[in-house]
Ligand binder design. Structure first.
Ligand SMILES: Nc1ncnc2c1ncn2[C@@H]1O[C@H](COP(=O)(O)OP(=O)(O)OP(=O)(O)O)[C@@H](O)[C@H]1O
Length: 357
């Protein structure tokens, strides 16, 4: 768990620090006070990226050229200090006073999961969101996944360059072999992870409308009964025409069906949000039971578009797990359903955070 956090120049947060508690940490404040920016700081500390934008420069205070976040993480009685700095176009990650070799190190030290107003895009937007969801689970559940995934991405980038004729096309076949080996490995790992996730889904049944009608369909990104190498060869001419690989795990998808129809069109907006929360919480609790330690959960403005009953269901589902959680809300009234057990309250005003005692 995160025991200390300090930050500088994250959007409207100039400089600040606080000590969150083990249970629920409520962060209240008016619109534009800086609540989401506090959660963004924690997200940056773990993953070096924002959950709101892919352009990190937007996160740095507009009048400054750099930002940083530092934190202390306690696990099994040991404290690890981690840090993230964005200066100019450069990101730097630190662990216990030395540069981290990759962001995977800080991500594993402080696993985080965030549920925010756009999380429903997991169901309503393109397959990239669902692949990211699957790969989040694989990354934390499977120590070997990240290395294979990187090898695949590297081979894919080279393959796409060769398809466009930027490098020698004679190497296409060799690259297809590398893509097939790593791609089938990714697929095997995703399938294994998914089987575990499916077995755990029932723990969040109260959040699903008619859970008995729920079906999740995984599509690997190429024809199921064909070896990936053959599929790549078969689609090579099309790939040359479009300048990118047509098949492979980078084209995978996971469709959630409700009564046989895609949940994105069969369910209401509020139901989609509940199902999204159910999927993300299942993923987190699965991680926590496999890893034996908790993940830091952040919930940004959950009340938006959910009725009181749905908020209560989400709060009950969250209350079942023990572990650190940050909840942002406009008022203490909105946050009331989450105030169970051990909780601390913080208030943000014009980018300044203080604890409510
Ligand atoms: N790069 C930046 N530099 C300075 N301020 C910024 C920057 N990016 C955004 N802001 C401002 O920071 C403020 C805080 O935004 P934030 O989204 O954290 O507020 P919030 O409390 O979560 O609001 P809401 O309840 O409306 O979601 C806003 O006024 C926003 O315009």
């Amino acid at each position: 768990m995160l025991t200390e956090i300090a930050y500088s120049n994250i959007r409207n947060l100039s400089e600040g620090a606080f000590s969150p508690g083990f249970g629920v940490n409520l962060i209240t404040g008016d619109n534009a006070a800086g609540k989401s920016s506090v959660l963004e700081a924690i997200h940056l500390l773990s993953l070096g990226r924002s959950f709101r934008t892919s352009q990190l420069d937007r996160v740095v205070s507009s009048t400054e050229s750099e930002c940083w976040v530092r934190g202390s993480v306690r696990r099994d009685g040991r404290i690890t200090r981690i840090g993230f700095q964005r200066a100019g176009k450069r990101n730097r990650f630190r662990i216990d006073g030395t540069d981290a070799t990759s962001v995977a190190q800080t991500a594993r030290t402080l696993p985080v999961q965030i549920i925010h107003p756009d999380s429903h895009r997991l169901l309503t937007s393109g397959p990239a969101h669902r692949r990211a969801f699957l790969d989040w689970g694989c990354f934390y559940a499977d120590a070997g996944f990240h290395a294979v995934w990187r090898q695949y991405r590297r081979a894919l980038a080279q393959y796409n360059c060769a398809l466009k004729g930027r490098i020698d096309r004679n190497i296409l076949h060799g690259l297809e072999q590398a893509l097939a080996v790593h791609g089938e490995d990714i697929d095997r790992r995703r399938r294994f992870y998914l089987s575990e996730l499916l077995a755990s889904l029932s723990s969040m049944d109260p959040l699903w409308p008619e859970p008995e009608d729920r079906v999740l369909v995984y599509e690997p990104g190429w024809h199921v009964n064909t070896p990936l190498l053959d599929a790549l060869g078969k689609h090579r001419q099309r790939a040359i025409r479009f300048g990118s690989a047509m098949v492979g795990p980078h084209r995978a998808d996971l469709t959630v069906l409700h009564r046989g129809e895609p949940a994105a069109t069969a369910l209401s907006r509020g139901q989609i949000k509940r199902v999204t929360v159910a999927l993300m919480l299942t993923q987190m609790t699965l991680y926590e039971s496999n890893a034996g330690h908790s993940c830091t959960l952040m919930i940004d403005d959950i009340a938006s578009e959910l009725d009181a009953h749905s908020v209560r269901l989400v709060a009950d589902a969250i209350g079942k797990r023990s572990g650190q959680c940050f909840v942002s809300a406009l008022s203490l009234d909105d946050a009331q359903p989450f105030m169970h057990g051990d909780h601390r309250m913080f208030h943000v005003e014009h980018g300044r955070l203080s604890e409510l005692l």
